[in-house]
Ligand binder design. Sequence first.
Ligand SMILES: [Fe+2]
Length: 258
Amino acid sequence: MNPAVEVVPVFEDNYSFVLTLPGQDRAIVVDPGDGEKVWCFLEEKGYGLEAILATHHHFDHVAGIEFLCDKMPVDVYCFKGDLDRVPRAGRGLEDAEEIERGGLRFRTLHVPGHTSGHVVYVCGDALLAGDTLFLGGCGRLFEGSPEQMFHSLYDKILPLPEETRIFAAHEYTVHNRSFCLSIESENAALREQFNESKALCKKNLPTVPGSLKTEKETNTFLRCREPAVVQAVQAKAPDTSDDPVSVFTAVRAMRDGY
Ligand SMILES: [Fe+2]
């Protein structure tokens, strides 16, 4: 069953996500950076809090957990290795573990790179991507190597169905796609997506969710095996080999300075 996913903007450019079984009122909250804001959203909607899932331990994803748990003590899930750095976490998950809460099934994928304990959650057609996959980008490498992030994206996320809806945890889309265009200026689908995301942001609307199909066509970080991308990257960074990991490493380094 596909979940209803509602987007709660928090802080400057973060998103928390509230998942419910369509027609039901028990909500699973993913990455509550701001507990008060998420709690107000739940109250407004008349949802009860069923459980909290954290993708990783960074403050802007977990700072609201204590507030929510004080309001309603619920299970907090995260990667098993992150139990000591996610507040109130009591349920440590393995890679590829499945849990069921509020009538929804979640599958964990361990995707090290942004942090060593980062997980994403697959629930029906929704991917709660945290800071691993953004629309037009991927997370910075705080605790992982480019090679680790490459395998997280290419081996764990790319094999998901193309219709997967990508719920990224930051509104970085316009800047990300502007960067992608600096490498793939001839990519017409990318230019179209860039313009669409600009129009949404102008109206103060979230660009999420995106689709995995669109990301495969437009997100340069996922296109490091495409000959046109390899050539474009090698033109800018001549030390880059044909190996997709080498291309990915160069793209990540270029984005860090963009
Ligand atoms: Fe993060």
